[in-house]
Design a protein around this ligand. Structure first.
Ligand code: SAM
Length: 403
């Protein structure tokens, strides 16, 4: 009989795919394969191809090695999705989630997993992904640097309001797991305590209607950051992020730094002392004004900041500095770099590229392009757990030009 929505199955979890869903396989008779539409599934970690008589089932909130009972919620041609009904054999790493909204709120995926195990899992997921998408040796991926606090770390959150018609009520909180509805939330365990105070204030003075987004933020000390500009959202692990970038930069020995997607000047300013000169490029004009202010307040005068699209400004900068003496920091948005930017770097070949990203999938794609035909060599990838309890992770990659 073909697998169908509503079926309850027993599953042994073999792996956790990138994004946090557990991967199990069930046997199906060959003539009973579900004949429904194609769909996009997260690739099982390791890129392993299942045999024809096994069928991949993704289920969230589980841990590798567990046996669970799950209910099928979606059936595609090559895989199915299920919701967790019961854990039959819990993994030793299973812990009680701290948040009462865990499993319903879409913000966290890993609160049921002991923190040490989250770090090991993320390291494996990154190594699997980089190997599969980036054709990168897993040996270059270092263990994940932990966050000193596993909860209460986020310094920026976005609260949404939504009118719940049937309940005739305005709900205020975060998007639920797997749908577009807002879960009514009065506390976020991964947010800094100051933000939880702000959540209370928003709830006490609710937006006039649904469909409103409210950004709550704790301002970093000693950094000017305009309200809509980017700043790293975990202050606790920030010193390690800076240390990692500076360490790679110093090891590369470049004299000039081009800090692309520089926001309020964070990396350029932090690394100003280890280079002769630097230039930051960012298209958010208010962020650039703040970057100039941030440099001036620290009496840093060996750098400049340019308000421009990276794609427009980079050709000129790469002509200005000698490739042998130049390092480039790339810290693009989640979608990664434009192909033209990567191609230009491949053509002009600055001595070092330090790629910082919170989206390992687009990062792996871009690293694969930079390393194609042996133009760059990936010396090291340092993951940092800027986002405990969630599927997200930050990575810093050190690429060196091959001679
Ligand atoms: C992930 S943030 C990094 C900011 C900064 N490096 C930091 O650590 O604070 C990416 C930044 O790139 C900027 N950005 C996105 N696309 C850009 C483009 N095509 N040209 C220039 N800046 C861009 C965004 O405004 C944002 O500030």
């Amino acid at each position: 009989m073909a697998l169908k929505i509503g079926d309850q199955i027993n599953l042994t979890i073999q792996d956790l795919a990138f994004g946090g869903e557990g991967v199990g396989r069930i046997r199906v008779a060959r003539d009973a394969e579900p004949a429904t539409s194609e769909g996009n599934a997260p690739a099982p970690a390791g890129g392993e191809i299942p045999s024809p008589d096994t069928f991949v089932v993704f289920v969230p909130f589980v841990i590798t090695g567990e046996t669970v009972v799950a209910e099928i919620t979606e059936v595609k041609k090559n895989f199915a999705r299920a919701k967790l009904l019961r854990v039959v054999t819990p993994a030793p790493a299973r812990v009680v989630p701290e948040c009462k909204f865990f499993g319903v709120c879409g913000g966290c995926q890993y609160q049921h997993i002991a923190y040490e195990t989250q770090l090991q899992m993320k390291q494996k997921q990154i190594a699997d992904l980089f190997e599969r998408v980036g054709k990168i040796s897993r040996a270059v991926v270092a263990p994940v640097l932990p966050c000193p606090v596993a909860y209460g770390y986020r310094n920026r959150i976005m609260i949404r309001s939504q009118w719940n018609g049937p309940a005739k009520k305005l709900v205020i909180g975060f998007i639920q797991t797997n749908n577009k509805f807002v879960e009514d939330i009065d506390e976020c365990k991964i947010a800094e305590p100051a933000l939880n105070e702000q959540i209370k204030q928003v709830r006490a003075n609710p937006p006039p209607k649904g469909g409103i987004k409210v950004v709550l933020r704790v301002q970093p000390e000693n950094w000017a950051v305009p309200p809509d500009s980017f700043f790293q959202n975990n202050f606790f692990l920030l010193p390690k992020l800076v240390e990692t970038v500076k360490h790679f930069l110093q090891a590369g020995g470049a004299r000039h730094l081009i800090d692309l997607y520089c926001g309020v000047g964070f990396f350029g300013i932090e690394a100003a002392g280890v280079v002769d000169s630097f230039v930051g490029v960012e298209y958010d004009q208010l962020a650039i004004a703040a970057a100039r202010q941030n440099a001036a307040s620290r009496k840093i005068n060996n750098g400049e900041f340019v308000a421009a699209q990276v794609e427009d400004k980079l050709p000129e900068l790469l002509q200005k500095f000698s490739a042998e003496q130049t390092a480039v920091i790339l810290d693009p948005p989640r979608k990664g770099c434009w192909p033209e930017t990567l191609e230009l770097l491949r053509q002009t070949r600055p001595a070092q590229v330090i790629y910082v990203s919170c989206h390992p999938a687009t990062m792996a794609r871009d690293l694969n392009i930079l390393c194609g035909d042996g133009v760059y060599e990936l010396a090291r990838v340092q993951p940092l757990d800027m986002f405990p309890q969630t599927q997200h992770v930050e990575c810093v990659a050190d690429l060196r030009r091959r001679n």
